[in-house]
Ligand binder design. Sequence first.
Ligand SMILES: [Zn+2]
Length: 163
Amino acid sequence: MKCMQCGGSMTSRQETRRSYGGLERVIMEGVQVRHCPDCGEEEISYSNVEKLHTALTLQLAWKEAGLTPREIRFLRTYLGLSGSDLARRMGVTKETVSRWECVDKPLSMGPMAERLLRLMAVREQPVTEYPLERLEHVATTEATPLRVRLKPRKQDWTVELST
Ligand SMILES: [Zn+2]
């Protein structure tokens, strides 16, 4: 495999990465990383990305604690929505969406908007394991980041809660 930057030959190895898609407490195992010893260029490739996104979305939808700004952003982009798209769907202003996603000084989404976002996210995929009674138990405490460890397995990813 040749480096796109300098044409040198790249070496390949598996690494553990400590974040994914802006989610800071998500540990990714077995990530394929290509590295160019000549210029330092790095290429990361994730296998079965669709399955990976499904797994993460489901974890976020199930999580009891509130969603962090980065998690809200992850779900919005997973849904393929811009800030104004999400604002229109949820009946708020675009500025409100920006403030929900503001890492430094977030505006709390509140449980009603959060539960709606979680429902929208699970509705977008063939997920049946989300009974509506579940909504009673989510977004019930202050936002804390999802802590999980993902490992590639066959054509999918396995998820373990981490500390
Ligand atoms: Zn290079």
